[in-house]
Design a protein around this ligand. Structure first.
Ligand SMILES: Cc1cc2nc3c(=O)[nH]c(=O)nc-3n(C[C@H](O)[C@H](O)[C@H](O)COP(=O)(O)OP(=O)(O)OC[C@H]3O[C@@H](n4cnc5c(N)ncnc54)[C@H](O)[C@@H]3O)c2cc1C
Length: 243
């Protein structure tokens, strides 16, 4: 079933990523980690459909936020990040997905690992945890190209300052801030060992990002002793070079 949402706010997260807030009067509610399909239809009836994770917490009544990273040669993401305006209407279908979700009843340690825009559904989990007062211990390992590519930086910092059981680690793949303790580079076994929950605590792990990022991070988690059945993954796209 396609629903119609009206754009009520736009916010640039980075030079290439924009958060779109939609008001959807008949939104049925969602779980953190789910996504929507967005359909754009041209005047001649041609249409394109793309999936976008929901960034907002489940209790954001009738409001749904998505954050879109612009791909330079993309068909849909340049429109959503550059042309869509407040007041425009957008067709969406969802919420979709039942496996890559975090429920507020979960109390075990949670390990989140994001590559680039893969932070979006994990942010919904972090927001859901904060808004319901859950005490589930969370750790986020967030891999991005460079400091300017971080989404939700202020929100993440504020949430982690308020609640020390939300641990944040940034890993920069191309350019690290001056004096950063680790040189720029991809996530490796040492970083997993030093910053993620020990496998003996049996965390549930959520890994999201470009396909090859997800595969590599999942392999590292398994190699460090995590049960593959406790690793849930969401793949955003074909390439591995964007985080
Ligand atoms: C479940 C799910 C959730 C998603 N959530 C988000 C989200 O929250 N935010 C977000 O920005 N994107 C998300 N995506 C990716 C999104 O659906 C689109 O693939 C993306 O916006 C590109 O669409 P486009 O029309 O601009 O590019 P296209 O015209 O489809 O593709 C242009 C070129 O980029 C390549 N490409 C397509 N998608 C990707 C990708 N993700 N990574 C690298 N290269 C790609 C294509 O192979 C092609 O060469 C999600 C995908 C899935 C499956």
């Amino acid at each position: 079933m396609w629903r119609v949402g009206t754009v009520v706010a736009l916010h640039d997260e980075t030079a290439t990523a924009r958060t779109i807030t939609l008001e959807v009067p008949d939104w049925p509610g969602h779980f953190a980690g789910q996504h929507v399909d967005v359909r754009l239809t041209a005047g001649d009836g041609y249409f394109a459909v793309r999936s976008y994770s929901i960034a907002s917490a489940p209790n954001s009544e009738r409001h749904v936020e998505i954050t879109v990273e612009r791909l330079p040669n993309g068909e849909v993401s340049p429109y959503l990040t550059q042309e869509l305006a407040v007041g425009d209407r957008l067709e969406l279908r969802g919420p979709i997905g039942g496996w890559f979700v975090w429920h507020t009843q979960q109390t075990e340690p949670i390990q989140l690992i994001a590559g680039g825009s893969g932070i979006v559904p994990l942010m919904a989990m972090i927001r859901s945890r904060a808004s319901t007062g859950s005490a589930a211990p969370f750790r986020l390992l967030y891999s991005v190209r460079e400091p300017g590519a971080v989404f939700y930086r202020d929100d993440l910092q504020a949430l982690s300052d308020q609640d020390h059981s939300l641990g944040l680690t940034y890993a920069y793949t191309r350019v690290a801030p001056k004096d950063w303790p680790r040189p720029a580079g991809r996530i490796d076994a040492a970083l997993i060992a030093n910053t993620t929950w020990p496998s003996k605590l049996v965390p549930t792990c959520y890994v999201c990002g470009p396909t090859s990022f997800v595969e590599s991070a999942s392999r590292l988690l398994t190699a460090s002793g995590n049960d593959p059945e406790k690793i849930r993954t969401e793949r955003f796209g074909p390439t591995g070079d964007r985080q």
